[in-house]
Design a protein around this ligand. Structure first.
Ligand code: FAD
Length: 444
């Protein structure tokens, strides 16, 4: 029995790809039931439209998106409207609004939102405003905004190819990876940079170029870990990088696995897309497996506390099923050999002093999601950063032997389980893609 140290390369550690693939196969049915068949986990509350990009001019990002959509999809004018990038990125289905101020004022004093450990007996699909906690790794979605958001069906809006490509998307990824450069200042939280988020001249431009060179070096086709170890990067910084890179891998996997073939109009896997973005980059795939271990460990750690949690959707019969499915998942996961050891982090060297910086940088990543210029991508980007944020909070702000249970809102729980479901489906797709590549090689 051994646990993955956060430093290990998953493919080299005792928990190999195949160990995690097997575990994933075992857990997937319960995870599928939880996220696809229960109202509690299928509706997510977020502020998708009410917040401006806090880092650069929002308009330029939207312009970038529309322009890049026209540039990248050949003869876009000639294809049916529903296939156009702008259309593909839109949300489907009705949205329930956030409760009004009056409703909130009228609500009973009893806590409704189902913080872990509360005895919640009323309908809590409608959640009220969250209070921010110092230990959060994500900004609450109502920060600085007038509107508090909508409920969106995750089942009706699957994460898949949207056509969001080009400069707009690259700006966002670059800003996210910039947060990984711990030695450098965080991305300035100001819109004063004007139309382009990236400085063109002077010291800021030089710094930006150096960030991008670092990132290119880290993501080039080198053996896993090589670049990072040469730099003697500390464990915590390395984990930060792996989390965002693994999230990027998962998004790329989904868009390649559910790709729109514009010739046939059919959705399906695009092997070339996988080869170009992931197969050539084993480190990216390794980071996906790393994230699976990390998020599953957080859910396993929460398992005992979820036994007393009321999953309230307003339908007691469904709530009982939700609870049983969650218990089935956490019990199975808890019975598996340990796959991630979080106790190694923030303990040695400069580790303890990095925790706050780590948390703040991750919060910044969650803010960057408001700069994504495609509704569906922004929905899943926000959900997944909130899910990783909840996982990090459970792992690093919650002492294994303490009575101090972290307060998790319903929104955080929904994000956490759906993020695991995303990674889980990515693992399955990567496995299928690998098999396709192998059979191509055998035939050749
Ligand atoms: P990108 O994926 O944009 O990558 C940019 C650069 O980052 C690469 O050139 C490489 O140097 C580096 N890189 C790539 N992958 C990794 C990795 N795993 N680890 C480390 N470095 C890496 N598109 C959709 O079709 N559907 C979606 O749901 C969707 N969601 C998105 C959510 C967010 C938050 C963002 C920012 C974008 C999303 N996109 C989505 C767009 C998509 O991620 C790509 O940006 C787009 O398809 C263009 O891809 P690309 O090949 O140019 O490289």
């Amino acid at each position: 029995v051994c646990a993955i140290s956060p430093k290990a390369i998953v493919s080299d550690a005792c928990a190999s790809y195949s160990t995690l693939d097997d575990l994933n196969r075992d857990l997937r049915p319960a995870l599928h039931n939880i996220t696809q068949k229960t109202d509690f986990f299928a509706y997510y509350r977020l502020n998708l439209f009410g917040k401006e990009c806090p880092f650069w001019n929002d308009e330029s990002s939207m312009c970038g998106n529309i322009a890049c959509a026209v540039n990248t999809l050949d003869n876009e004018e000639d294809i049916p409207e529903i296939w156009r990038a702008e259309e593909l990125g839109k949300l489907e289905g009705p949205k329930a609004n956030h409760p009004t101020r009056k409703l909130q004022a009228d609500r009973p004093k009893k806590p409704l939102q189902g913080m872990l450990g509360d005895d919640v007996g009323e309908s809590c699909v409608v959640e009220y405003d969250d209070e921010c906690d110092d230990r959060d790794y994500c900004v609450p979605d109502d920060e600085g905004a007038g509107s508090k958001g909508d409920y969106v069906s995750l089942v009706d809006n699957p994460e898949r190819f949207t056509g969001y490509v080009g400069e707009g998307a690259h700006h966002v990824w670059n800003a996210i990876y910039r947060e990984n450069c711990f030695s450098k200042a965080s991305f300035p939280k100001s819109a004063s940079l004007g139309k382009s988020p990236f400085p063109k001249k002077g010291a800021a431009a030089n710094e930006f170029q150096s960030v991008m060179r670092d990132h290119e070096r880290q993501t080039s086709n080198t053996p896993p870990s090589a670049g990072l170890e040469e730099e003697d990067e500390c464990l915590e910084k390395r984990v930060f990088y792996r989390v965002i890179s693994g999230m990027h891998t998962s998004i790329s996997t989904h868009l390649c696995a559910e790709y729109l073939n514009q010739t046939t109009g059919k959705w399906g896997p695009n092997l070339q897309c996988y080869k170009d973005r992931l197969h050539k980059f084993p480190e990216r795939v390794s980071n996906l497996y790393f994230n699976y271990a990390l998020v599953l460990r957080a859910i396993t750690k929460l398992g005992p506390y979820l036994k007393g949690y009321t999953f309230c959707s307003g339908d007691p019969a469904q709530d009982a099923i939700t609870k049983a499915s969650v218990q089935a998942l956490t019990t199975k996961a808890g019975g598996a050999p340990p796959i991630f050891d979080e106790t190694l982090m923030f303990v040695n060297g400069e580790g303890p002093s990095l925790k706050e910086d780590f948390r703040n940088r991750f919060r910044n990543v969650s803010r960057i999601m408001d700069c994504v210029g495609c509704d569906k991508c922004r929905l899943w980007g926000k959900l997944q950063t909130a899910g990783y944020g909840a996982a990090l909070k459970v792992l690093f702000e919650f002492d294994n032997n303490s009575e101090d249970v972290p307060s998790l809102s319903r929104t955080e729980l929904v994000a956490l389980f759906n993020t695991l479901a995303r990674i889980s489906s990515s693992l399955e797709s990567v496995y299928d893609f690998r098999t396709m590549v192998e059979s191509e090689e055998t035939e050749a």
